[in-house]
Design a protein around this ligand. Structure first.
Ligand code: ZN
Length: 367
């Protein structure tokens, strides 16, 4: 975040650097686990220092990680990590990884953004339903019924289940026959929960390298929410503007999911002339997703601000593969708040009837 150092993010990065240069699998695992624990702390880690100057016990953070943490808190850097890097042949990998961590928020920053009243954007209270998640029908662990009950527990009025399309077998993509069976189960659930919760019939379709979608028009039109997302060519520096332009102008696509396809520390994602993509999405009325998976955070608040300036609609989604991950929606909301996006522009904040009407119009659009 501008103007303040994200101390948890700095330390998470250093612990991941240290993990990368370990020769034993066990110590690699230990530092990675500590890094994840720091990322997930609800408060900046300096608040965990006790009056005697030592760090309060935090689960999954052992003595070697604590040493790094205390070095950074006392001196702003870690000689331990610097020495380990200097003597490692993996230094170039670490440098590359460091370049792929921009604008990722740690949990403490997500909480701060959600609670910061000076930010004028969408808030958690405005949020009515999550529009990207996976179930046991593809690569998720959550049943459809548990998606409904978990959604209700979070105060949602609807959610879209968006399992992977059949074009992505590596992620357990659902066949059209399975999708028809899933829709019967959704109909039965919606009957049971009438007036309380609506489960929407969705899909996460795959944007192929040439920008076409891995499903037919009539197949897409049978769905209430179509998220289209790139899952290949995510490491190429060659601009892929035309690929994304084709996807956001395709009828029956509602949401451009995790538009870059980046991953924290490992993958840059698609390179594109984003302002051109955002302008086209704004014209065609396709919503741009902020994917809240902590390892994705895609778009981040800086790019999202440019999409907002272009006039785009937004979908703020968890991309959950289990019910515990539904809270990732909050990471997406935090980025939207930092980007100053108002609730009116966020389709997850619309009543379900308005959402479905918008989606139907988009499905009926012709090329
Ligand atoms: Zn995806």
């Amino acid at each position: 975040m501008k103007g303040s150092i994200d101390i948890n993010g700095v330390i998470e990065g250093l612990l991941r650097d240290l993990a990368a240069v370990q020769t034993s699998a066990q110590s690699r695992w230990g530092y990675k686990r500590a890094a994840a624990a720091v990322r997930n702390l609800p408060q900046p880690i300096d608040r965990y220092v006790q009056s005697d100057g030592t760090l309060r016990k935090i689960p999954h953070i052992g003595p070697s990680s604590t040493k790094v943490i205390m070095e950074v808190l006392r001196g702003g850097k870690s000689p331990t990590v610097e020495q380990a890097l200097a003597s490692s042949t993996r230094k170039p990998d670490v440098d590359r990884s460091r370049g792929l961590r921009d604008n990722f928020l740690t949990r403490a920053q997500v909480s701060a953004a959600l609670e910061n009243r000076r930010l004028k954007g969408v808030s958690r209270r405005d949020y009515r339903g999550d529009l990207q998640m996976h179930s046991v029908w593809s690569d998720g662990t959550q049943t459809l019924e548990s998606i409904v009950t978990a959604g209700l527990a979070r105060g949602y009025q609807y959610s879209a289940v968006t399992d992977h399309s059949y074009g992505l077998p590596i992620a357990g993509g659902v066949s059209m026959a399975d999708l028809a069976r899933q829709h019967l189960e959704i109909d039965a659930l919606n009957k049971r929960f009438t007036g309380r919760f609506r489960l929407l019939k969705g899909i996460e379709a795959n944007i192929l390298a040439d920008g076409s979608i891995d499903m037919q028009d009539d197949e897409l039109r049978a769905l209430e929410v179509v998220v289209a997302a790139p899952h290949s060519a995510l490491r190429s520096a060659v601009p892929q503007t035309s690929r994304l332009l084709k996807a956001v102008t395709r009828p029956a696509v509602h949401i451009l999911g995790h538009p870059r396809g980046r991953k924290y520390g490992t993958r840059p994602g698609v390179a594109a002339d984003w302002d051109v993509v955002f302008a086209a999405a704004a014209r065609s009325g396709v919503a741009i997703e902020i994917d809240g998976d902590p390892s994705r955070q895609d778009l981040d608040h800086e790019l999202a601000r440019r999409a907002a300036a272009a006039g785009c609609l937004f979908a703020l989604d968890s991309d959950a593969h289990s019910n515990e991950e539904l809270e990732y929606a909050e990471t997406a909301i935090a980025h939207a708040r930092l980007a100053g996006i108002p609730a009116e522009r966020v389709i997850n904040c619309w009543p379900v009837d308005r959402l479905l009407e918008w989606a139907r119009q988009r499905s009926a659009a012709s090329v």
